[in-house]
Structure formats: C-alpha cells, structure tokens
Design a protein around this ligand. Structure first.
Ligand code: ATP
Length: 233
C-alpha cells in the first residue's frame, strides 16, 4: 500500500534521512524504531508532505505522492497522528474531531463521530469539554481519533506512548491491537522498542537516518546486537 524508496531528507546541509526505503502492506502493523535523532519523525513528516524531500519516491495506493501537498496526501488516505499529539486545546473534543473529518462529507462525518464515540468511551464522556482539560492519555486518544476521522487507508502514529504513565502505555498498545483487528493499516514510530516489536507484524530500525535492519517483530526481538548497540529499551 505504501512504498517508500531511497528517501533522503535534509535540514540545511544535514541529512536527517539517507536513502531510506520501507513498505507497508494493507492490513499490516509496521513499527519504526531507533534511538533519539535517528530520523523517525523526519520519515513520517516526509511521507505526509510536511517536509521537503531531497530525493526518493513515495508511492501510496498505486499513486506517486512524492512531494504532494499535505492536504492532497490526507485526501489520498494517509493520516498522521503527530508527535506530542498537537490537539487544539481551546476546542472541545467534538470540534477537534470535526477538524479531523474536514475532508469527509457532512453525513460521513456524522457517522465517523458516532464511530469515534463508540471506540473511545473516554471521549464520549468529555464530548463538550475543551481538549486542553484532558489528561495525557485522553489527549492521545483524541489525537488518534482525530486522525481516524479522515477515514484513512493508512494511519501513521508518531510516538503515541510518549510521556504516558505505564497503564496508559498499555492502553495505547491495546488500541493498536484493536485497530489491527478492525483491519486497519498502521505505521507506528515508537521509542518503546520492545513493546513495539511485540505489537508489530514487521518493523524497521533506523539509525543516523539510515534503515539498518528490518524483519518481523519476532526476528528483530532476537537481534540482541541491535538492542545492545543502539536501540535501547
Ligand atoms: P526523536 O525520537 O528524538 O523524535 P527521531 O528519530 O524522530 O528522534 P528526528 O526528529 O527525525 O529523529 O531527527 C533526525 C535528525 O534531524 C536529528 O539529528 C535532529 O537533530 C535533526 N532535526 C530534526 N528536526 C530538525 C530541524 N527542524 N532542523 C534541523 N535539524 C533537525
């Protein structure tokens, strides 16, 4: 479904991503792990059209979306849950969700709102509350629900467990399992490498902007060399 080939993205003279390639097939949960500064966020931002890429190609659902405008990429069916959630604190839960569904028709948006209220009971309970009043775990669920409101074919999540208490980290991984069971396609960046490898069908390890290992979650969990050298956790 997603095919990234030879992607290089630079900040000025520094290559944050070098010749990175990855694929995500329909219905797969694919993890992207690696130490701080490895280029994980840069890779998701490059795919989502948020960063100008230097070279490489990105194909999604049979189309070339390389260097497409973010809105066009969203409309093509690729949605991003950004790092640090980036929810709109002054807007209510419902308003945040409606923004996520801006590319859908009114009737579809109403259906999606019902679906999100069902999938995230905590959001249903705080429907009219400004999102700024929510806890970190609630805000993360809102950020994921907002991304689902565009009815994406592929959802990308950037560090969804970051800064959450252990019980909420469990909740995030349970949610990933639920979304997988619904047949959704997910690409997740995670610092929590061990948990991610257990949750993922396949994963990629990034280091210093390069993909240095790939395999099934189980295969990579067996690679103690990776963990000792640079993955950590
Ligand atoms: P983290 O887990 O810390 O978010 P990451 O793997 O997501 O790390 P990136 O945020 O993609 O890594 O950063 C990759 C490299 O690019 C790092 O060396 C970082 O310092 C650099 N970088 C990121 N954003 C910028 C920017 N806006 N300007 C200059 N350099 C940047």
């Amino acid at each position: 479904m997603l095919e990234v080939t030879g992607l290089t993205t630079k900040y000025g003279a520094i290559s944050a991503l070098r010749d990175a390639s990855l694929t995500v097939g329909a219905g797969e949960v694919v993890g992207l792990i690696g130490p701080n500064g490895a280029g994980k966020t840069t890779l998701l931002g490059s795919i989502a059209g948020l960063l100008p890429i230097d070279s490489g190609t990105i194909r999604f659902d049979g189309n070339d979306i390389t260097s497409g405008a973010p809105e066009k990429i969203l409309r093509a069916g690729l949605s991003l849950v950004p790092e640090h959630r980036r929810i709109f604190a002054d807007m209510t839960v419902e308003e945040n969700l409606k923004i996520g569904g801006v590319t859908r028709s009114g009737a579809e948006r109403a259906e999606l709102l019902d679906e999100m209220a069902e999938l995230f009971p905590v959001l249903r309970d705080k429907w009219d509350t400004p999102a700024g009043y929510m806890s970190g775990g609630e805000a993360q669920q809102l950020a994921i629900a907002r991304a689902l409101m565009s009815k994406p074919k592929l959802i990308m999540m950037d560090e969804p467990s970051l800064g959450l208490a252990p019980i909420l980290v469990d909740l995030v991984f349970e949610l990933i399992d639920t979304l997988r069971a619904q047949g959704r396609t997910i690409l997740v960046v995670e610092q929590n490498a061990t948990r991610m490898l257990r949750a993922a069908d396949r994963a990629y390890v990034l280091r210093s902007g390069e993909v240095v290992a790939t395999g099934t979650g189980a295969e990579l969990l067996d690679r103690s060399d990776l963990f000792d050298t640079f993955v950590g956790g």
